[in-house]
Design a protein around this ligand. Sequence first.
Ligand code: SF4
Ligand code: SF4
Length: 182
Amino acid sequence: MKGPSYGMVLDTRTCVGCSACVIACKTENDVPDGVTRNWIFTEVSGTYPDLSMSIRSERCNHCENAPCVAVCPTGASYYGAGGTVQVDADKCTGCKACIAACPYGARFVDPRTDTVDKCTFCLQRLENGTPTTACQEICPTQSIYFGDLNDPESDVSRLLASRASYTLLPDAGTRPKHFFLR
Ligand code: SF4
Ligand code: SF4
């Protein structure tokens, strides 16, 4: 049997951009001021009066073919539990090659350690047997789903089977595991 492949699904129809996920992540993961592991993207498209607004809660896409992992010269960036992309701060030299390689702007330098950090899909929770992320748990409109993409019965798999979805920059060849429902 295949092991888990963790991924995230965001419902763009119900995300209101309230930033509760951003605050919950900061608290859960002790992210310092001035940097963030997740953010809200808003875009207005169309021509007046036919305008539409899209709002997305975004973070690292935990790409299956992650350029950040490929370029890291020390092995600090690696594929961890359930195919998540992680950073081992003890091995990170702060060279920033991964920041340049990520087409999503998902990484930053932690000013306290001068090592690179980003969304971990709340790895500490996964390791404690809590397969939910802080952002998922706090979302007041229940727009964030996290789970095993290899399990056809998981919420993420069911949603992807029943709704149209997209990933960001699909042509970049990174194979993101973060999906957005249309
Ligand atoms: Fe790496 Fe960026 Fe993909 Fe995250 S979104 S796995 S940091 S390339
Ligand atoms: Fe690897 Fe750290 Fe350099 Fe990024 S900054 S490529 S994680 S050593």
